[in-house]
Design a protein around this ligand. Structure first.
Ligand code: NAD
Length: 263
């Protein structure tokens, strides 16, 4: 018996990285998943994971992308239990002084469109179904959601906003829908950058990162799957709402002289 037997999930940013790893785990735990991504890579999940996955190519920074995802869950499986807003893009740690002023509004709109507006659109599109199932929401935050230098000024501001969304939505939707977040530190992925700043993709792990982590290892993308599973579980996370679970390899307790006491 799996931790998520019979749970119907919409999962955004499922085509790569952390999202892809979590979807694999969700299916192993008995969930059925509408796997959404703007990239066609997500289509591979159907053959890899079988009929428990219904891939959908959609832009979740649009209202239509989110309603299509929720509709896919309802038409395929008749209900929705969990909405996971995981898709994100980066600013490749670009400092403000390196962003031309005239490009700032477009870059802001593009990055906040995916990282902040999309979770709001997703929860709004899923709301009636989640109220009906007394389901839950999970939003992917970041170490950058409560610290500096986990990204540039746009990414950091967007992830701080995500942590605010988790708390406010948890309040607004209580007692019917639980809302929680996951704040990863690092994972070996290639996040998309902003078109407005001429960026393509950027390595999420920068040179020298491993040595600076108290735990001294870059966690694999599936290191976060257990936390996403816990938060989606109706029994294991029954008392959790408004929480952002930090999994940052110890970054927030890093020492000055040495990253960790025994390093
Ligand atoms: N990798 C890290 O070190 C790290 C650290 C902290 C937080 N995060 C967060 O984890 C989440 C997953 O990122 P990842 O590192 O796995 O990167 P990733 O690029 O491998 O995965 C993100 C996925 O989101 C998709 N996506 C982007 N824009 C989209 C849109 N408009 N519509 C639909 N899909 C879209 C991408 O195509 C990609 O498949 C993001 O929210 C990211 O900010 C990552």
């Amino acid at each position: 018996m799996g931790a998520l037997d019979g749970q119907i999930v919409v999962f955004t940013g499922a085509g790569a990285g952390i999202g892809r790893a979590v979807v694999e785990r969700y299916v192993a735990e008995g969930a059925c998943v509408v796997a959404v991504d703007i990239s066609e890579r997500v289509l591979e999940l159907a053959s890899e994971l079988g009929p428990a996955v219904r891939p959908l190519v959609a832009d979740i920074a649009t209202w239509e992308g989110n309603t299509a995802a929720v509709d896919a869950a309802l038409t395929t499986w008749g209900r929705l239990d969990v909405f996971v807003a995981n898709a994100g893009i980066t600013d490749a740690a670009r400092p403000l002084e390196d962003i031309p002023g005239e490009r700032l509004p477009t870059a802001f709109g593009e990055l906040f469109g995916v990282n902040v507006l999309a979770p709001l659109l997703g929860v709004r599109a899923a709301l009636d179904s989640l109220l009906e199932s007394r389901g839950s929401v999970i939003i992917t935050g970041s170490f950058a959601g409560s610290n500096t230098a986990g990204g540039g000024v746009l990414y950091t501001a967007s992830k701080h906003a995500v942590h605010g969304l988790v708390r406010q939505l948890a309040y607004e939707l209580a007692p019917d829908v639980r809302v929680n977040g996951v704040a990863p530190g690092v994972a070996p992925t290639r996040l998309r950058g902003t078109v407005a700043l001429g960026q393509t993709t950027a390595d999420s792990v920068l040179d020298g990162t491993r040595e600076r982590l108290p735990l001294q290892a870059i966690p694999p993308t599936d290191a976060y799957s257990g936390i996403f599973t816990l938060l989606a579980s109706r029994t294991e996370a029954a008392a959790m709402t408004g929480s952002v679970v930090t999994a940052d390899s110890g970054l927030s307790v890093r020492g000055i002289a040495r990253p960790g006491g025994r390093v």
